[in-house]
Design a binder for this molecule. Sequence first.
Ligand code: HEC
Length: 194
Amino acid sequence: MQRKNKQKKILLLALILVPLLVVAARAEDRRVLQCRVLARDFMTELKGELQAALRGGRLVPALSVCSKVAPELAERYSLLPGVEVGRTSERCRNPENRPDSWEKEGLALFQKRRQQGETLAGMEYWQEVDDDEAGEKVFRYLRAIPVGSLCLRCHGENIDGNLAKALSQLYPEDEAVGYRLGELRGALTIRLSP
Ligand code: HEC
C-alpha cells in the first residue's frame, strides 16, 4: 500500500515537472533562435557596409565608415525592446568594446574550443545569468567572429602606413592589430532582458 502511494507521488511529481522542463527548454530555444537571427543580420549588414567601403580602395575613408557604422548598427539593433547588441574582443581597438567578466569567460572558452580542434565559424556560447544591477535574470549570448582576409588590412600584421597613422590617432589604445587569418578576432555579444 505504502509502495503504491510512493509510486503515485513520483508519478504526480513527474506529471508536474516534465511540462515545466519542456516549457523552460522551449523558452531557451526561442531565445537562442532569436540571438542567431540577430547575429546573422548584424554581421551580414556590417560586412556589406565594410565591403562597399573597401571597394573604393581608399583605406583611410573606409576606416571612418567602419568606426561609425559598427557602433551605429549596434545602437540600431539595441532599439529593439529588451535587446542589446555589441562586439567585443580580448584585444580591442575601441576601449568601449572591452569585455566584462562574463564575456571574458566566453572568449577564453572559444579559444580553448578552437585549440581542441573546433572551427570558429558558428561557435556559440549562451547562459542565463543574474543581472546584479537590474536584479533580474538576463539571457546572454556570444558568437565567435573569426579573422577573414577582408579584416587583415585593418587588423593584420602589415598595416598600410597612412592607415596605421590614422588608426593610432583615432584609437590611441588600439590592441586589435597583428592578427592572422583564421584566428579569433572577437565575438558578437547579445543580451536579452525579460
Ligand atoms: C577599414 C578598416 C577595418 C576593417 C577592414 C575591419 N575592421 Fe574591425 N574595426 C575597425 C575599427 C575602426 C574598429 C573600431 C570600431 C569601434 O569604434 O567600435 C574595429 C573594431 C572591430 C571589432 C570590435 C572590437 C574592437 O576591437 O574594438 C571587431 C570584433 C572587429 N573589428 C572585427 C573585424 C572583422 C572580423 C573584420 C573583417 C570581416 C574587420 N573587423 C575588418 C576597422 C576595421
